[in-house]
Design a protein around this ligand. Sequence first.
Ligand code: AMP
Ligand code: ZN
Length: 135
Amino acid sequence: MDCIFCKIAAGHIPSVKIYEDENVLAFLDIGPLSEGHTLIIPKKHYAKVDECPAEMMSQVGAVLPKVAKAVFGGMESEGYNVLCNNGRASGQLVEHIHFHIIPRNAGDGVFTQWPAKQYPAGKIEEIAKKIRAKL
Ligand code: AMP
Ligand code: ZN
């Protein structure tokens, strides 16, 4: 499969590794939004979160706090974002699940928009019903 993160996980393409175990790898993003921007991936290929078996996601989730703490602590940042794009429309370019850990400091200008909206009356329950129906 022609997947750059599979190649990184297999060691066929170099990466600057932060953490590795049997199932999970964390490495530095080569196009960082801030210094220390890290990616954490399951070594096995899944394109999106909804396609990943719970057991594999648990492995990633189990490592996430440790890696986030190291990124946050190592970079001495004031905060960090954990972000996962799923699908082209969301901004996903590499179709292998990855969680971005992005060190943040006040006024760094990394994300300048959070275009929050409001639900009209009654809409929120309607939306919840549609989503619950797919659980
Ligand atoms: P996304 O838009 O969520 O799919 O993000 C993909 C991320 O992968 C981007 O932030 C890229 O900078 C990063 N990236 C792509 N190729 C590599 C690579 N070879 N090593 C490290 N990071 C990479
Ligand atoms: Zn892959």
